[in-house]
Design a protein around this ligand. Structure first.
Ligand SMILES: NC(=O)c1ccc[n+]([C@@H]2O[C@H](COP(=O)([O-])OP(=O)(O)OC[C@H]3O[C@@H](n4cnc5c(N)ncnc54)[C@H](OP(=O)(O)O)[C@@H]3O)[C@@H](O)[C@H]2O)c1
Length: 327
């Protein structure tokens, strides 16, 4: 099979298209014929081993332990191990492999069955592959950490990116009144996916305009954590899922302490993929309440270009990888 392989940490230049042995599923694994994947920040964090913690948390100290990146996957079950109960050959599936060694930038991948769910019936492989990691992050940030409620005023900072475009739609599906923060060129897109209000971050600083929110999800960008706190209603909640390193460290280090000393909750979330949430996302996609926003598509052979584009930090929605098998 063909796969995009990296033997050492580095820039996208170290990614190489190679021929490899087709993998054989273990007893509890599913062999997936990959039809599409999508790129996430997690891929370039693993590629560059940035932050350094990546090496200590199972990525491989001196060189990558898993040689094929790609967390999001959509495809067809080709074969199943003898203990697999939920899937059979021919099933169309989607899932997130970040918790089980990545590997979706390839023609085939072996995956534990609990990392997968049946693909939303109304979605193409490309649309399905756009969703798992980003949508589950948005879901867990809003629902689990943010305790989102109907009619709450919710602000999504970074509303036009991979996580943000799902966050806007998922917040709307919970009945919230949503404000999306993005740049001028993305205002119409963010409105079109359901935001009730949009704020152009190049023209206006939402932390300084006097408006207050019940829940703020920081999917991207940067604001000083005290400014986020200032933009919350008295019992409001701030959840950081991404953005600049400063934004991440402030939320992780100062957030818990600020939550203990005041009425506002200030926290962060590292998403943990699980089958239940994947099925929840599948149902949102099938109901039409959530639709992936796809910015660009790249063939498997051009994964390096796709990663370079995502790293620039201005993708509008998701960057998808298509895997052709007859090429
Ligand atoms: N916590 C977790 O478990 C988890 C999971 C997934 C991702 N993440 C993190 O979440 C972050 C976002 O991921 P993503 O997939 O959404 O990234 P992404 O798709 O690369 O985000 C790109 C988007 O961010 C917008 N953006 C850039 N600077 C901004 C700013 N200052 N204010 C508001 N928007 C801005 C860009 O809009 P413009 O072009 O208009 O600037 C673009 O649409 C990353 O840091 C990633 O590492 C964390």
């Amino acid at each position: 099979m063909k796969a995009i392989v990296y033997e050492r940490y580095g820039s996208p230049d170290v990614l190489q298209l190679r021929g490899m042995e087709k993998p054989v599923p273990k007893d509890d694994e599913v062999l997936v014929k990959v039809h599409a994947s999508s790129v996430n920040a997690a891929d370039w964090h693993m590629l560059r081993a940035k932050p350094f913690l990546v090496r200590l948390m199972g990525g491989g100290l001196l060189k990558p332990k898993n040689k094929i990146l790609g967390a999001d996957v959509a495809g067809r079950v080709e074969a199943v191990g003898r203990n697999v109960k939920q899937f059979q050959p021919g099933d169309e599936i989607f899932g997130d492999l970040a918790g089980c060694g990545f590997g979706a930038f390839a023609e085939y991948a072996c995956v534990p069955e609990n990392a997968l769910a049946l693909k939303p019936a109304n979605m193409s492989f490309e649309e399905a592959a756009a969703a798992p990691l980003a949508a589950v992050t948005a879901l867990q940030g809003l629902r689990d950490k943010g305790q989102i409620q109907p009619r709450q005023k919710v602000l999504i900072n970074g509303a036009s990116g991979g996580v943000g475009t799902f966050a806007v739609q998922i917040a709307k599906s919970f009945g919230a009144e949503v404000t999306g923060v993005c740049s001028t060129r993305n205002l119409d897109m963010v409105r079109s996916i359901g935001a009730d209000q949009v704020i152009d971050y190049t023209q206006e600083d939402f932390t300084k305009n006097g408006l207050r929110y019940d829940l703020i999800l920081a999917a991207n960008g940067y604001h000083w954590i005290l400014d986020y706190k200032h933009a919350l209603n008295p019992k409001g909640t701030y959840v950081m899922t991404g953005g600049s390193m400063g934004q991440m460290y402030q939320a992780m280090l100062l957030g818990p302490w600020m939550s203990m000393t005041g009425s506002k909750k200030m926290g962060s979330l590292i998403a943990k993929s699980n089958q239940k949430d994947l099925v929840f996302v599948k149902e949102l996609l099938e109901s039409g309440k959530v639709k992936p926003v796809i910015d660009r598509r790249y063939p498997l052979s051009q994964v390096a270009d796709a990663v370079r584009y995502l790293e620039e930090g201005h993708a509008r929605g998701k960057v998808v990888i298509t895997v052709e098998h007859n090429a």
